[in-house]
Design a protein around this ligand. Structure first.
Ligand code: ADP
Ligand code: F6P
Length: 455
């Protein structure tokens, strides 16, 4: 079974004029209830941003298919060829879970968790990047374009340029690029910058990230750099902000489907016909601010500002990177807190929080967005956050309120959202922001009102 509208065709080994290289393929293997292997859409924003762009393009996607066995031969997905790169158990531990997700990920997200530095992980990072570069070099047509994605593969542009100088190479970073004082902590900072500079064009989510990168290149590599162009030997590398998005028309059409609208109505009934539904949809990640949000919600209930019967919080938190220690600790803490809040404030048949960890298909997600009066997207730091854009696109009747962290990349574009600082608990509770604030009225209902009226 596939989650999401992916059409599967037969595999073909050919070279392509466009090659996308990402740590993950758009599908990965997961275990069916009967123990059989099944393919489903990979989790996360990268796949949901790229998949609509590439659909029915004669491109090849180079990536990992999940698991640590031999690289499986996969069929095309919506006309895009799948080229699998194998990772063994050491690669998984030291490259994906280690250098990518325990060193770079926390460092690039403001060090909201302490980055871990292990010398052995760097070797694995180099080895796996070399493997991806060789795979891309093998499937790219002469003079073709290769588009490398994200922090797992920062060395690939440089390695690929050495292997195939005929190619045009792009690199896009889906996560924030940190300010110099944080990036400078990395023992291998020069190599990482040089690797990215193998590209002809480097894209970031926000202009600030391009600025940080230019500053670092000038400081660490002593190259001439502005926020748009960097001089490297006999080449010019262009840099800039190109924020990713979703297929808004697709999401709007899905939300408008009669069966999805009916499902949203049914969900409201199942939730006990509350006056207000607040929804959050996250990967289970410490960058997403889930704990802070739960604390704020719990204090609002305890303070009598919200009544559980009138208002429900639906928290979807799909597990992610489950073997990384920081993620295991987070999940334990979130589940303990949800249990505590429900135990303390819920009643039989009336939990304060509806907590769901399952992956949903796109129609079910659209129905959830449809039932949500308020969407709370409050990460401590996020490259973009496509969930916020999906909510706006799904509200085809133009109702609803988006409570959005100032530290999500999408805050730069969704300026009419109610912006909040998720580090400020009181601020989070009141929803105070530059553009608006949310207040709990004496009757216990949550009204989102403009700052001019409320503050
Ligand atoms: P990130 O890339 O950090 O995961 P984003 O908000 O940019 O964060 O993207 C998350 C993507 O994953 C969105 O497209 C969202 O629809 C999808 N998603 C999140 N939770 C689920 C879930 N439970 N089931 C299916 N898709 C999900
Ligand atoms: O947005 C950052 C990112 O790493 C993406 O590459 C991916 O879509 C998402 O987070 C999910 O992460 P993972 O591939 O580790 O499950």
């Amino acid at each position: 079974m596939l989650v999401g509208p992916l059409l599967i065709g037969m595999p073909e080994m050919r070279q392509s004029s466009l090659v996308v290289v990402a740590n993950r393929l758009p599908i990965d293997d997961s275990m069916a209830p009967d123990g059989a292997c099944e393919w489903r859409r990979s989790p996360g924003g990268l796949v949901n941003a790229l998949h609509p762009l590439l659909r029915h393009t004669p491109a090849t996607w180079v990536g990992w298919a999940g698991g640590t066995g031999l690289a499986p031969t996969l069929p095309d997905v919506d006309g895009v060829r799948m080229h699998t790169v194998p990772l063994n158990a050491d690669d998984l531990r030291d490259h994906y879970e280690g250098f990518a997700n325990a060193t770079l990920w926390p460092l690039y997200h403001d060090s909201v968790e302490q980055p871990v530095h292990r010398r052995g992980w760097w070797e694995a990072y180099q080895r796996v990047n070399q493997r991806f570069a060789e795979a891309a070099a093998a499937v790219a047509e002469p003079g073709g374009a290769v588009w490398v994605q994200d922090y797992h593969l920062q060395l690939v542009p440089g390695l690929l340029r050495t292997l195939r100088p005929d190619l045009r190479i792009g690199f896009f970073l889906h996560v924030p690029f940190p300010p110099p004082e944080l990036f400078m902590q990395l023992p291998r900072r020069a190599e990482l910058l040089r690797g990215m500079l193998g590209a002809d064009l480097i894209g970031f989510q926000r202009a600030q990230a391009a600025h940080n990168f230019a500053q670092l290149v000038a400081k660490v590599l002593e190259l001439p750099a502005t926020d748009r162009r960097i001089g490297v030997a006999d080449r010019v590398v262009r840099i800039g902000a190109f924020p990713v998005s979703i297929d808004t028309a697709e999401m709007a059409a899905l939300a408008a489907r009669p069966d999805v609208a009916a499902r949203a109505r049914r969900l409201r009934q199942d939730l006990g016909e509350p006056e207000h539904v607040i929804l959050s949809v996250d990967r289970m990640d410490y960058t997403k601010g889930i704990e802070q949000r739960l604390k704020a919600y719990s204090e609002l209930i305890a303070g009598g500002h919200v009544k559980v019967r009138d208002t429900v919080l639906v928290q979807v938190a799909v597990p992610s990177r489950e073997r990384v220690g920081q993620y295991q600790i987070l999940r334990d803490r979130v589940e303990r807190e949800v249990g505590r809040i429900n135990g303390e404030f819920g009643r039989v048949g009336e939990p304060a929080i509806h907590y769901l960890t399952q992956p949903f298909d796109r129609a079910e997600l659209a129905a959830l967005y449809g039932v949500a009066d308020v969407m709370a997207v409050t990460p401590l730091r996020d490259g973009m956050n496509l969930v916020a854009k999906e909510y706006v696109a799904a509200r085809v009747d133009e109702t609803g309120a988006l409570l959005l962290s100032e530290f999500a990349g999408s805050a730069a574009e969704l300026s009419q959202a109610y912006l909040v600082n998720p580090h400020d608990l009181e601020g989070l509770k009141k929803g105070v922001s530059t553009s608006g604030c949310s207040v709990w009225t004496a009757s216990g209902t949550w009204q989102l009102v403009h700052q001019a009226e409320a503050c």
